[in-house]
Design a protein around this ligand. Structure first.
Ligand SMILES: [Zn+2]
Length: 346
Protein backbone atom coordinates (compact mmCIF):
# COMPACT_ATOMS: atom_id res chain seq x y z
CA UNK A 1 0.00 0.00 0.00
CA UNK A 2 1.61 3.21 -1.14
CA UNK A 3 0.50 6.38 0.51
CA UNK A 4 -0.22 9.37 -1.68
CA UNK A 5 2.02 11.57 0.40
CA UNK A 6 4.94 9.34 -0.36
CA UNK A 7 4.34 9.56 -4.07
CA UNK A 8 3.69 13.31 -4.04
CA UNK A 9 7.04 13.96 -2.42
CA UNK A 10 8.99 13.12 -5.57
CA UNK A 11 9.18 14.65 -9.08
CA UNK A 12 6.32 13.83 -11.40
CA UNK A 13 8.18 11.54 -13.73
CA UNK A 14 9.47 9.51 -10.83
CA UNK A 15 6.03 9.49 -9.32
CA UNK A 16 4.66 8.05 -12.51
CA UNK A 17 7.25 5.31 -12.36
CA UNK A 18 6.38 4.64 -8.73
CA UNK A 19 2.70 4.41 -9.56
CA UNK A 20 3.57 1.92 -12.27
CA UNK A 21 5.67 -0.03 -9.84
CA UNK A 22 2.90 0.06 -7.28
CA UNK A 23 0.41 -1.28 -9.79
CA UNK A 24 2.82 -4.07 -10.42
CA UNK A 25 2.51 -4.94 -6.76
CA UNK A 26 6.04 -4.13 -5.69
CA UNK A 27 6.24 -3.28 -2.00
CA UNK A 28 8.75 -0.76 -0.80
CA UNK A 29 10.08 -0.24 2.67
CA UNK A 30 12.58 2.51 2.03
CA UNK A 31 10.82 5.80 2.73
CA UNK A 32 11.87 8.86 0.77
CA UNK A 33 13.65 11.47 2.83
CA UNK A 34 11.23 14.21 3.92
CA UNK A 35 8.20 11.97 3.90
CA UNK A 36 6.57 11.03 7.14
CA UNK A 37 7.39 7.55 8.35
CA UNK A 38 4.44 5.21 8.49
CA UNK A 39 4.50 3.50 11.88
CA UNK A 40 1.94 0.90 12.95
CA UNK A 41 1.64 0.13 16.67
CA UNK A 42 -0.44 -2.60 18.27
CA UNK A 43 -1.84 -0.80 21.34
CA UNK A 44 -1.67 2.35 23.43
CA UNK A 45 1.62 2.30 25.42
CA UNK A 46 3.46 1.50 22.19
CA UNK A 47 1.59 4.35 20.50
CA UNK A 48 2.69 6.74 23.23
CA UNK A 49 6.29 5.57 22.87
CA UNK A 50 6.30 5.93 19.10
CA UNK A 51 4.75 9.40 19.31
CA UNK A 52 7.37 10.64 21.71
CA UNK A 53 10.37 9.02 20.01
CA UNK A 54 9.45 9.67 16.38
CA UNK A 55 8.08 13.15 17.05
CA UNK A 56 7.14 15.01 13.89
CA UNK A 57 8.78 12.47 11.63
CA UNK A 58 5.96 9.94 11.62
CA UNK A 59 2.30 9.16 11.08
CA UNK A 60 1.27 6.56 13.64
CA UNK A 61 -1.58 4.08 13.34
CA UNK A 62 -2.82 2.28 16.45
CA UNK A 63 -4.40 -1.11 15.65
CA UNK A 64 -6.42 -1.05 18.89
CA UNK A 65 -9.24 1.48 18.56
CA UNK A 66 -9.91 3.79 21.52
CA UNK A 67 -12.21 2.03 23.95
CA UNK A 68 -11.64 -1.43 22.48
CA UNK A 69 -10.29 -4.36 24.49
CA UNK A 70 -6.59 -4.63 23.62
CA UNK A 71 -6.41 -8.29 24.68
CA UNK A 72 -9.16 -9.37 22.30
CA UNK A 73 -8.16 -7.26 19.29
CA UNK A 74 -9.37 -8.47 15.91
CA UNK A 75 -7.93 -7.02 12.70
CA UNK A 76 -9.85 -5.77 9.70
CA UNK A 77 -8.46 -6.46 6.20
CA UNK A 78 -7.63 -2.74 5.99
CA UNK A 79 -5.55 -2.97 9.17
CA UNK A 80 -3.75 -6.05 7.90
CA UNK A 81 -2.86 -4.14 4.74
CA UNK A 82 -1.68 -1.24 6.86
CA UNK A 83 0.70 -3.56 8.73
CA UNK A 84 2.00 -4.92 5.44
CA UNK A 85 2.75 -1.44 4.11
CA UNK A 86 4.26 0.12 7.23
CA UNK A 87 7.80 1.42 7.51
CA UNK A 88 7.92 0.04 11.06
CA UNK A 89 5.59 -2.21 13.06
CA UNK A 90 5.80 -2.22 16.87
CA UNK A 91 3.91 -4.95 18.70
CA UNK A 92 4.10 -7.35 21.63
CA UNK A 93 4.11 -11.04 20.80
CA UNK A 94 1.93 -13.25 22.97
CA UNK A 95 -0.51 -10.47 23.88
CA UNK A 96 -2.76 -10.02 20.84
CA UNK A 97 -3.08 -13.27 18.89
CA UNK A 98 -4.57 -11.55 15.83
CA UNK A 99 -1.47 -9.38 15.47
CA UNK A 100 0.84 -12.35 16.02
CA UNK A 101 -1.00 -14.29 13.31
CA UNK A 102 -0.92 -11.41 10.82
CA UNK A 103 2.78 -10.73 11.30
CA UNK A 104 3.67 -14.41 11.09
CA UNK A 105 2.24 -14.45 7.57
CA UNK A 106 4.21 -11.44 6.35
CA UNK A 107 7.81 -10.74 5.54
CA UNK A 108 8.23 -7.38 7.16
CA UNK A 109 11.52 -5.51 6.85
CA UNK A 110 11.19 -3.53 10.07
CA UNK A 111 9.46 -4.99 13.10
CA UNK A 112 9.98 -4.42 16.81
CA UNK A 113 8.58 -7.06 19.15
CA UNK A 114 8.86 -5.37 22.55
CA UNK A 115 9.10 -8.70 24.39
CA UNK A 116 12.61 -8.98 22.95
CA UNK A 117 13.75 -6.01 25.05
CA UNK A 118 11.41 -6.02 28.07
CA UNK A 119 11.77 -8.09 31.20
CA UNK A 120 8.72 -10.29 31.61
CA UNK A 121 7.48 -12.21 34.62
CA UNK A 122 5.58 -15.44 34.86
CA UNK A 123 2.54 -15.67 37.08
CA UNK A 124 1.09 -18.50 39.10
CA UNK A 125 -2.55 -19.53 39.02
CA UNK A 126 -3.50 -16.81 41.52
CA UNK A 127 -1.99 -14.06 39.36
CA UNK A 128 1.05 -13.61 41.60
CA UNK A 129 4.35 -12.99 39.88
CA UNK A 130 6.87 -15.76 40.30
CA UNK A 131 10.53 -14.87 40.09
CA UNK A 132 12.19 -18.07 39.11
CA UNK A 133 11.09 -20.82 36.83
CA UNK A 134 10.15 -23.66 39.11
CA UNK A 135 11.88 -26.95 38.54
CA UNK A 136 9.51 -28.77 40.84
CA UNK A 137 7.44 -31.52 39.32
CA UNK A 138 3.79 -30.77 38.66
CA UNK A 139 2.71 -33.14 41.43
CA UNK A 140 4.00 -30.71 44.04
CA UNK A 141 1.82 -27.79 43.12
CA UNK A 142 -1.03 -26.80 45.38
CA UNK A 143 -3.87 -26.18 43.02
CA UNK A 144 -6.10 -28.82 44.53
CA UNK A 145 -6.53 -26.69 47.61
CA UNK A 146 -7.31 -23.54 45.67
CA UNK A 147 -10.12 -24.35 43.32
CA UNK A 148 -11.34 -20.77 43.42
CA UNK A 149 -8.40 -19.66 41.34
CA UNK A 150 -8.59 -22.17 38.58
CA UNK A 151 -10.94 -20.27 36.35
CA UNK A 152 -9.10 -16.98 36.69
CA UNK A 153 -6.34 -17.34 34.15
CA UNK A 154 -7.90 -19.67 31.67
CA UNK A 155 -11.20 -20.38 30.03
CA UNK A 156 -10.98 -17.81 27.25
CA UNK A 157 -7.31 -18.56 26.83
CA UNK A 158 -7.62 -20.29 23.51
CA UNK A 159 -4.88 -18.39 21.73
CA UNK A 160 -2.02 -19.74 23.79
CA UNK A 161 0.76 -18.04 21.86
CA UNK A 162 2.91 -17.77 24.94
CA UNK A 163 1.82 -20.40 27.37
CA UNK A 164 2.28 -23.70 25.64
CA UNK A 165 6.03 -23.68 25.99
CA UNK A 166 6.07 -25.95 29.00
CA UNK A 167 3.47 -28.50 28.15
CA UNK A 168 3.65 -30.32 31.44
CA UNK A 169 -0.04 -30.38 32.15
CA UNK A 170 -0.25 -27.83 34.94
CA UNK A 171 -0.99 -24.15 35.23
CA UNK A 172 2.36 -22.58 35.96
CA UNK A 173 4.37 -20.73 33.37
CA UNK A 174 1.79 -18.22 32.12
CA UNK A 175 3.53 -14.95 31.33
CA UNK A 176 1.98 -11.69 32.50
CA UNK A 177 1.67 -9.54 29.35
CA UNK A 178 1.19 -6.19 31.15
CA UNK A 179 4.88 -5.36 30.92
CA UNK A 180 4.26 -1.65 30.14
CA UNK A 181 3.31 -1.00 33.77
CA UNK A 182 6.99 -1.36 34.70
CA UNK A 183 8.84 1.87 33.94
CA UNK A 184 12.14 0.05 33.35
CA UNK A 185 10.42 -1.82 30.56
CA UNK A 186 9.03 1.42 29.13
CA UNK A 187 12.56 2.88 29.14
CA UNK A 188 13.90 -0.18 27.30
CA UNK A 189 11.08 0.08 24.76
CA UNK A 190 11.91 3.78 24.22
CA UNK A 191 15.54 2.90 23.46
CA UNK A 192 14.62 0.02 21.19
CA UNK A 193 12.14 2.20 19.31
CA UNK A 194 14.82 4.88 18.76
CA UNK A 195 17.25 2.24 17.53
CA UNK A 196 14.76 0.69 15.11
CA UNK A 197 13.69 4.07 13.78
CA UNK A 198 17.35 4.90 13.22
CA UNK A 199 17.67 1.79 11.09
CA UNK A 200 14.66 2.84 9.04
CA UNK A 201 15.82 6.44 8.69
CA UNK A 202 19.49 6.90 9.66
CA UNK A 203 19.45 10.65 8.93
CA UNK A 204 17.17 11.23 11.93
CA UNK A 205 18.96 8.95 14.39
CA UNK A 206 20.11 11.88 16.55
CA UNK A 207 16.54 13.15 16.86
CA UNK A 208 15.22 9.71 17.79
CA UNK A 209 17.93 9.21 20.40
CA UNK A 210 17.38 12.65 21.94
CA UNK A 211 13.62 12.06 22.06
CA UNK A 212 14.14 8.71 23.77
CA UNK A 213 16.42 10.31 26.36
CA UNK A 214 13.80 12.98 27.12
CA UNK A 215 11.12 10.31 27.45
CA UNK A 216 13.28 8.26 29.80
CA UNK A 217 13.84 11.35 31.95
CA UNK A 218 10.05 11.67 32.27
CA UNK A 219 9.88 8.01 33.31
CA UNK A 220 12.55 8.58 35.95
CA UNK A 221 10.55 11.48 37.40
CA UNK A 222 7.38 9.40 37.41
CA UNK A 223 9.16 6.45 38.98
CA UNK A 224 10.46 8.65 41.80
CA UNK A 225 6.94 9.98 42.40
CA UNK A 226 5.64 6.42 42.76
CA UNK A 227 8.49 5.31 45.00
CA UNK A 228 8.18 8.24 47.40
CA UNK A 229 4.38 8.50 47.13
CA UNK A 230 3.85 4.87 48.06
CA UNK A 231 6.62 4.57 50.63
CA UNK A 232 4.47 5.11 53.72
CA UNK A 233 0.99 3.66 53.48
CA UNK A 234 -1.39 2.16 55.99
CA UNK A 235 -1.77 -0.96 53.84
CA UNK A 236 -0.15 -2.51 50.77
CA UNK A 237 -3.09 -4.52 49.32
CA UNK A 238 -5.08 -3.25 46.34
CA UNK A 239 -8.21 -4.93 44.94
CA UNK A 240 -8.27 -4.59 41.14
CA UNK A 241 -10.59 -5.55 38.30
CA UNK A 242 -8.21 -7.90 36.47
CA UNK A 243 -4.66 -9.05 37.17
CA UNK A 244 -3.05 -6.30 35.11
CA UNK A 245 -1.02 -4.64 37.83
CA UNK A 246 1.55 -7.28 38.77
CA UNK A 247 4.48 -5.32 37.36
CA UNK A 248 3.39 -2.15 39.12
CA UNK A 249 2.60 -3.74 42.48
CA UNK A 250 5.86 -5.63 42.42
CA UNK A 251 7.91 -2.54 41.59
CA UNK A 252 6.40 -0.48 44.42
CA UNK A 253 5.96 -3.23 46.97
CA UNK A 254 2.17 -3.40 46.82
CA UNK A 255 0.05 -6.55 46.81
CA UNK A 256 -2.44 -7.07 44.00
CA UNK A 257 -5.75 -8.80 44.80
CA UNK A 258 -7.33 -9.27 41.36
CA UNK A 259 -11.04 -10.05 40.99
CA UNK A 260 -10.33 -11.52 37.54
CA UNK A 261 -7.21 -13.15 36.12
CA UNK A 262 -4.90 -11.95 33.35
CA UNK A 263 -7.76 -11.56 30.86
CA UNK A 264 -10.23 -8.73 31.58
CA UNK A 265 -13.36 -10.21 30.02
CA UNK A 266 -13.86 -13.32 32.14
CA UNK A 267 -16.64 -13.28 34.68
CA UNK A 268 -15.18 -14.14 38.07
CA UNK A 269 -16.54 -17.21 39.83
CA UNK A 270 -18.69 -16.64 42.93
CA UNK A 271 -15.95 -18.42 44.88
CA UNK A 272 -13.35 -15.92 43.67
CA UNK A 273 -15.60 -12.96 44.52
CA UNK A 274 -16.12 -14.33 48.04
CA UNK A 275 -12.38 -14.84 48.40
CA UNK A 276 -11.62 -11.27 47.28
CA UNK A 277 -14.20 -9.92 49.73
CA UNK A 278 -12.62 -11.93 52.53
CA UNK A 279 -9.15 -10.56 51.64
CA UNK A 280 -10.51 -7.01 51.43
CA UNK A 281 -12.00 -7.34 54.91
CA UNK A 282 -8.85 -8.87 56.36
CA UNK A 283 -6.63 -6.08 55.07
CA UNK A 284 -8.93 -3.15 55.75
CA UNK A 285 -9.18 -2.25 52.07
CA UNK A 286 -11.22 0.93 51.48
CA UNK A 287 -11.51 0.97 47.69
CA UNK A 288 -12.34 -1.53 44.97
CA UNK A 289 -10.64 -0.46 41.75
CA UNK A 290 -12.21 -0.78 38.32
CA UNK A 291 -10.97 0.13 34.82
CA UNK A 292 -12.18 2.52 32.15
CA UNK A 293 -12.30 -0.32 29.60
CA UNK A 294 -14.00 -2.97 31.74
CA UNK A 295 -17.56 -2.81 33.09
CA UNK A 296 -17.51 -1.63 36.72
CA UNK A 297 -20.48 -3.86 37.59
CA UNK A 298 -18.48 -6.55 39.35
CA UNK A 299 -16.30 -4.05 41.23
CA UNK A 300 -19.43 -2.15 42.27
CA UNK A 301 -21.07 -5.34 43.49
CA UNK A 302 -18.01 -6.29 45.51
CA UNK A 303 -17.73 -2.78 46.96
CA UNK A 304 -21.47 -2.50 47.65
CA UNK A 305 -21.55 -5.67 49.71
CA UNK A 306 -18.71 -4.36 51.88
CA UNK A 307 -19.78 -0.72 51.99
CA UNK A 308 -16.57 0.39 50.22
CA UNK A 309 -15.72 2.99 47.59
CA UNK A 310 -14.86 2.35 43.97
CA UNK A 311 -12.27 4.24 41.95
CA UNK A 312 -10.44 3.92 38.66
CA UNK A 313 -7.04 2.27 38.42
CA UNK A 314 -6.11 2.29 34.76
CA UNK A 315 -3.92 -0.46 33.28
CA UNK A 316 -3.36 1.74 30.20
CA UNK A 317 -4.40 -0.89 27.70
CA UNK A 318 -6.10 1.94 25.84
CA UNK A 319 -7.12 5.58 26.23
CA UNK A 320 -10.67 6.87 26.01
CA UNK A 321 -12.38 10.20 26.61
CA UNK A 322 -13.00 8.94 30.16
CA UNK A 323 -9.32 8.28 30.87
CA UNK A 324 -7.91 10.30 33.75
CA UNK A 325 -5.27 11.98 31.63
CA UNK A 326 -4.43 12.46 27.98
CA UNK A 327 -1.30 10.33 27.83
CA UNK A 328 0.62 7.54 29.57
CA UNK A 329 2.36 9.86 32.04
CA UNK A 330 -0.81 11.71 33.06
CA UNK A 331 -2.83 8.52 33.54
CA UNK A 332 -0.03 6.99 35.59
CA UNK A 333 0.01 10.08 37.80
CA UNK A 334 -3.77 9.72 38.25
CA UNK A 335 -3.18 6.08 39.18
CA UNK A 336 -0.68 7.19 41.81
CA UNK A 337 -3.16 9.68 43.27
CA UNK A 338 -5.82 6.95 43.45
CA UNK A 339 -3.44 4.47 45.06
CA UNK A 340 -2.32 6.97 47.71
CA UNK A 341 -5.92 7.81 48.61
CA UNK A 342 -7.04 4.18 48.75
CA UNK A 343 -4.11 3.00 50.88
CA UNK A 344 -3.77 6.09 53.08
CA UNK A 345 -0.23 6.94 51.99
CA UNK A 346 1.48 10.08 53.20
ZN1 LIG B 1 -4.94 -6.82 30.70
Amino acid sequence: MHSLTRILGVPLATAALLVTAACGGTATNDPQAGDKLDIVVAFYPLHFTAERVAGETAEITNLTQPGADAHGLELTPRQTAKIQGADLVIYQSGFQPAVDDAIAQMELANVLDVTTVATMHDVDAAGEHVHTHSTEPAAEDEHGAEDGHDTDDHGTDDHGADDHGTDDGHDHGTTDPHLWLDLDNMAKIADATAEKLGEVRPDDQDTFSANAEALKADYTTLDESFTTGLANCERREIVVSHAAFGYLTERYDLVQVPIRGLEPDLEPSPARVAEVQQLAREHGVTTIFYETLVSPAVAEAVAGDLGLKTDVLDPLEGLTAESKGSNYLEVMNSNLTALKAANACN
